[in-house]
Design a protein around this ligand. Structure first.
Ligand code: FAD
Ligand code: EPU
Length: 339
């Protein structure tokens, strides 16, 4: 039975660095640990919050219940056919370390997703994405245990209902499954994805004309370091809002008023707008509220600049939502999980 501790500070377990406490805290290092936990009376009577790296949560108050940290480790090649390789990674593996492992093995597919904080187990939750790639592009399946029955279920790509920063685990199956591993299809003869303008510019700046997977990873790391705040230096959870989707007529009308508007067409005829641009145009870059701030290099990121509370960040996000709506008539949606 995994040890259960009482009244634990969650500060080391969330990248916003919020000092809140949970009533109970446990770490799961194997599937057996979790199955045993199901028999525990405290587990059975408390609310649960699963955490990996805590890099996509805003903790606004003490958590009245049990925090379950997934630290199950292990990476294995489970299938190899010609140059196609299936790699299964346990949920508690650190995402970036896993990406580096695949690159060291010469396996392409995850290089554009280098340096995203957090753990493997959370990657399907919001179908993590960056620089033109989302995990759904290389996803095979995941294994998860039901939070009440402990029954193991394998979800293939279709069953996960992936969308932009979305999956079935944020909707129909919210709080119902404990993800234990994820399997990806990678390739030894990988077709690189370098269409994202910033990658091309960075590779050029690095003097690289025929890049390999490691070059693309290096370029992505350089871009990310140049604009995203390092949680070790300034608390944050990456983009706080999603980039909004608007109908074509609204896009056209906005573009007429604001010729510099940043947006691009989607397959469904709608347009995706850059929320960072909208927020910046409202004059909110660097805006401060009780120590919570809109990041001065990337307006889509809210930061804990001076020991603020989760409620301060939440209130700042409400101010951003309201201001963007008043100026542009566009509704932003929070991307970070508010607890
Ligand atoms: P946590 O924050 O611990 O959890 C996130 C959610 O998943 C919670 O609801 C939690 O309950 C649930 N969960 C976690 N593990 C499990 C599990 N094993 N089973 C079931 N539920 C689980 N995201 C992107 O998509 N693209 C980016 O480019 C990106 N850049 C970022 C940059 C910075 C600087 C930061 C701080 C964050 C960034 N993020 C980005 C957000 C974040 O890194 C990802 O969402 C990441 O996948 C979260 O992983 P985590 O382990 O920290 O999840
Ligand atoms: N922009 C501004 N001002 C800003 C920020 C952005 O004008 O303050 C403009 C940029 O000039 C650019 C456009 O907005 O033209 C897009 O900016 P960027 O390339 O930085 O990406 P983003 O749309 O802000 C998204 C993801 C990131 C991901 C990057 C790279 C979302 C919500 N965010 O950000 O994901 O790393 O693209 O692919 O989709 C995250 O989810 O936490 C995250 C960091």
């Amino acid at each position: 039975m995994p040890a259960i501790k009482e009244h634990i500070s969650l500060k080391p377990f969330n990248t916003f660095g919020m000092e809140v406490y949970c009533d109970y805290f446990t770490e799961i290092t194997s599937e057996t640990d979790f199955i045993e936990l199901l028999e525990n009376g405290i587990y059975q009577t408390q609310r649960h919050l699963i955490l990996g790296g805590g890099s996509n949560v805003l903790l606004t108050r003490d958590f009245k219940g049990m925090v379950i940290r997934n630290t199950i480790k292990g990476i294995e090649i489970v299938k190899k056919e010609d140059s196609t390789v299936h790699v299964k990674a346990a949920a508690g593996e650190v995402w970036h370390d896993f990406v580096m492992w695949t690159i060291a093995k010469g396996l392409g597919g995850l290089e554009n997703l280098s340096l995203i904080p957090g753990c493997v187990g959370a990657s399907p939750m919001q179908n993590i994405g960056a620089y033109g790639v989302e995990i759904k592009d290389v996803f095979v399946s995941l294994e998860a245990l039901h939070m009440v029955t402990g029954e193991k279920r394998v979800f293939n790509r279709e069953a996960c209902e992936f969308g932009y920063r979305e999956s079935v685990f944020k909707r129909k199956f919210k709080d119902q499954y404990f993800i234990t591993s994820v399997t990806f299809e990678l390739s030894e003869r990988h077709q690189l994805s370098t269409t994202y303008g910033a990658i091309q510019n960075e590779l050029q700046a690095m003097g690289i004309t025929s890049p390999g997977i490691r070059d693309v990873s290096d370029a992505v790391i350089r871009i990310r370091r140049s604009k995203l705040p390092d949680p070790a230096e300034m608390g944050n959870a990456g983009s706080f809002f999603k980039n909004p989707e608007v109908p074509a007529d609204q896009y056209t009308s906005l573009k007429t008023h604001y010729p510099d508007l940043v947006g691009y067409p989607l397959e469904n005829g709608h347009y995706k707008l850059a929320a960072g641009w909208l927020i910046e145009q409202c004059g909110l870059k660097g805006h401060l509220h009780n120590g919570a701030a809109v990041h001065d290099k990337q307006a889509l990121v809210l930061v804990n600049k001076a020991g603020c509370s989760g409620q301060d960040v939440f209130d700042l996000s409400t101010h951003v939502l309201k201001t963007v709506h008043e100026k542009f008539g566009v509704e932003l949606e929070r991307e970070v999980n508010i607890i």
